[in-house]
Design a binder for this molecule. Sequence first.
Ligand SMILES: Cc1cc2nc3c(=O)[nH]c(=O)nc-3n(C[C@H](O)[C@H](O)[C@H](O)COP(=O)(O)O)c2cc1C
Length: 355
Amino acid sequence: MSVNSFGRLFRFTTWGESHGPAIGAIVDGCPPGLAIDEGMIQPFLDARRPGQSRFTTQRQEPDQVRILSGVFEGRTTGTPISLMIENVDQRSKDYSDVARAYRPGHADYAYDAKYGFRDYRGGGRSSARETASRVAAGAVARLVIPEVSILAYVSEIGGDAIDMANFDAAQIGANPFFCPDAEAAGRWERIVDTARKAGSSVGAVVECVATGVPAGWGAPLYGKLDADLASAMMGINAVKGVEIGDGFAAARLTGEQNADPMRPGADGPEFTANHAGGVAGGISTGQPVVVRAAFKPTSSILTPQPTITREGEATELFTKGRHDPCVGIRGVPVVEAMMALVLADHKLLHRGQCG
Ligand SMILES: Cc1cc2nc3c(=O)[nH]c(=O)nc-3n(C[C@H](O)[C@H](O)[C@H](O)COP(=O)(O)O)c2cc1C
């Protein structure tokens, strides 16, 4: 069964494990003739790269991408684009305990229950190392949708949310949390440091806004743009909840409060609110597409947890090795990539059906 691919017309497949020689992605269905080189992909990988501050894992991976196929004389040829990233900083001995017993909250038990065999080194295929491949594929997707701007940021860490009144996009790249609120970033230093020093972890919410999406991308019912976005975001490691627009808060509003009133504008309709998050009936409205993803706290923690061994005996496990104290932080470039991948696919689908 193939479960490593995503998308219909713009389709990508990822491969590789945390402690194998390399990881990568194959992007199929990319239109020909788009200018591309490794330098256009690398900045997105650099944003996701581990070891850049004390608030992320100290694994040091340069994450240098190589394009192996699908590009000739600096332009896409329309054939599969193969992207490869070497793994250089593996320490498999850190994982001897994980080989013996299951980390509660991680995928160790579920993988063994399904396959009866697993690469436990760094979590193998369940490691978020895989998300580097998506980020590389997402950089290619961005070339297909130059009319769209995608911006993601952390909006909450450890239950402490940003104040939208303090929102400053310039702040996002200026602190180690991708945080648009400088005051919140200051508080989060203490929150993440406290968790890190205690060998614990905290959760986070990542919000992503895509502007410039024209009205008409998506499809009704079984091909809904919002359903594909939810699937894309939920497919990211550690994501346990996804909201489109107001999401669950919409269930607490009245019809009047939740309406997105329309007015005639100079360039087509204008909306005076965006509770729907830019999608209605599964189709984009021309408003910003807004998605939020809830990342659970890292399950590999230093606090001993009751668990069982592979033989089914009771034991306790604390996870050594190098882990992110808050995985949502490095989730930001991954969320942006998945947004780009879904939108590129829907742009091509829309063009395919409606011209
Ligand atoms: C960018 C990123 C980094 C992550 N780093 C870690 C980590 O260092 N340690 C860990 O236990 N989980 C980490 N995770 C989460 C696990 O990969 C994830 O919890 C695991 O695969 C189980 O899948 P699930 O949480 O989606 O059920 C990370 C997730 C992301 C998105």
